[in-house]
Write a protein that binds this ligand. Structure first.
Ligand SMILES: NC(=O)C1=CN([C@@H]2O[C@H](COP(=O)(O)OP(=O)(O)OC[C@H]3O[C@@H](n4cnc5c(N)ncnc54)[C@H](OP(=O)(O)O)[C@@H]3O)[C@@H](O)[C@H]2O)C=CC1
Ligand SMILES: O=C(O)C(=O)Cc1ccc(O)cc1
Length: 428
């Protein structure tokens, strides 16, 4: 008989940000020699947590083992420790893209081991309560799923049951394309040597979200974003469509094709923001978002923005037949914010009209939008080529540029996330 949650031994292989967060919430943890002593110190006062020198020692005694390592090394790490897995144990992973993780489990785990994977759809600093937690019954009995459910129940997350394939298709959109958009904003600001909060062009609610989320992403680890984009086949196609949408709309803008631009964007808007989908009240009003500015400039000074990044995501969703509201059960906080600001623009006909007219008539955003277009295409190429090292290089160069503002942006960004998460639900 399988052990119950109360007497089961839980092992975590990979004590990075997410592994530690899980260990703090759960009980037993294990790690490798070079980190052994510092982890022992860190977890010394934590009852029920034992730090082991390596994954073999974790695997052989644990009833549930969770791999929480970089997606790019999952095959190697499972190959290393998988054969030591305790007979009859359940194994899962926390990587953000499931195809390579599940393939590694199938390849390297003994046949008597069951596979129930998971994915917390939020970063390590977000309270897991109420956030989606995907559970994947891959090679496992219902009993094994109940076992994992009960172990993870202490998080208070909302369990969402998907196959690995469904998970990857949905997260390609909720995560990979969202990150591509913000990565591109940062790249464009860097290319133009701008700190957007120092310029009157980026003042106001929507702009605060763009700036705070971009800095949040660049202050994190590159491998999280590289892994979930490069290793997910659905992500390549979706990021490419985003880059194509950006390019097409930018060409309409510089060509002065006002009516064509308006018709295309409004048709896309109508297909994404169908009547009756307002049920999800994301409440991203400017009055709320205005509080989270890194800038000390007055809002009155800010000219209207063409919002190319937002127009393009709606065009992209429409071209791919994606209804973002269908993804809310499986959404991250960033995705909800991204959808929130997009919705804010598209459900406000005057604001949308103003953005479209600005895109045609106002030259002040031209060079920003040009760099944004280049950036969207470059990130799409980088993901399509699947080259982790060039991804890292691009990411870290831009991260370095913004780094002096990370501490301030983190404080403000955390507050913004908290306020907005309190105001939004992830129910469809
Ligand atoms: N950060 C986030 O917001 C989220 C991340 N995820 C996913 O969770 C996973 C972990 O991410 P995160 O915690 O942020 O990343 P981290 O880089 O903080 O953690 C990864 C950990 O894996 C360890 N590791 C690598 N190889 C081995 C090995 N052979 N034996 C033991 N440990 C090893 C690393 O150790 P060392 O540093 O010593 O090499 C590191 O501590 C990733 O797959 C990520 O995609 C999922 C949800 C959210
Ligand atoms: O919310 C986001 O998109 C984040 O950036 C945090 C994050 C990163 C990786 C995951 O697998 C889940 C959440």
């Amino acid at each position: 008989m399988r052990r119950t949650k109360e007497d089961a031994s839980i092992g975590i292989i990979g004590m990075g940000d997410m592994g530690k967060m899980y260990a703090h919430k759960l009980s037993d943890a294990g790690w490798r020699p070079e980190n052994y002593e510092s982890l022992q110190q860190e977890f010394a006062s934590k009852q029920g947590v034992t730090i082991f020198p390596n994954g073999h020692l974790v695997s052989r005694i644990s009833d549930f083992i969770l791999y929480s390592v970089e997606a790019g090394v999952i095959d190697r790490v499972v190959a290393q420790y998988g054969p030591s897995t305790k007979v009859g144990a359940v194994v899962g992973g926390q990587t953000s893209c499931k195809a390579p993780e599940l393939a590694a489990f199938e390849k390297h785990l003994p046949k008597d081991v069951e596979i129930v994977s998971c994915h917390s759809l939020h970063g390590p600093k977000v309270n897991p309560k109420g956030q989606p937690l995907v559970i994947i019954q891959h090679r496992a009995s219902d009993e094994a799923v109940q076992f994992v459910d009960s172990i993870l129940s202490s998080f208070g997350s909302k369990h969402v049951y998907l196959t690995g394939e469904m998970h990857d298709r949905i997260t390609a959109d909720t995560q990979a394309v969202t990150h591509a958009a913000f990565l591109s904003m940062g790249t464009a600001w860097h290319a133009n040597q701008q700190f957007p909060w120092e310029m009157s062009r980026w003042v106001g609610g929507i702009e605060n979200v763009k700036i705070n989320i971009t800095l949040r992403i660049y202050s994190n680890k590159w491998h999280v974003y590289a892994g979930l984009a490069i290793l997910n086949p659905a992500a390549k196609q979706q990021i490419r469509q985003y880059a194509e949408s950006v390019t097409d709309l930018y060409k309409l803008m510089i060509g002065g094709h006002r009516e064509e631009l308006k018709a295309r964007v409004k048709a896309a808007g109508a297909s994404v923001f169908k009547e009756g989908t307002e049920a999800q009240d994301l409440l991203l009003r400017d009055e709320v978002l205005d509080r989270f500015s890194l800038s000390n400039r007055s809002r009155e000074m800010s000219p209207p923005n063409s919002h190319l990044s937002l127009l393009a995501i709606v065009d992209c969703w429409s071209k791919l037949g994606i209804v973002p509201y269908d993804h809310m059960i499986c959404s991250t906080p960033l995705f909800r914010l991204w959808l929130g600001v997009t919705e804010y623009l598209f459900r406000n006909p005057e604001l949308l009209e103003e953005a479209l007219d600005t895109a045609i008539d106002d030259n002040s955003f031209r060079s920003d939008d040009l760099e944004f277009t280049f950036a969207a295409r470059a990130w799409s190429d980088c993901v399509s080529f699947g080259d982790f090292e060039s991804y890292r290089d691009r990411f870290e160069r831009i991260a370095q540029y913004f780094a002096p503002r990370f501490p301030e942006a983190a404080t403000l960004g955390n507050e913004m996330m908290k306020t907005i998460l309190e105001k939004t639900t992830n129910q469809p």
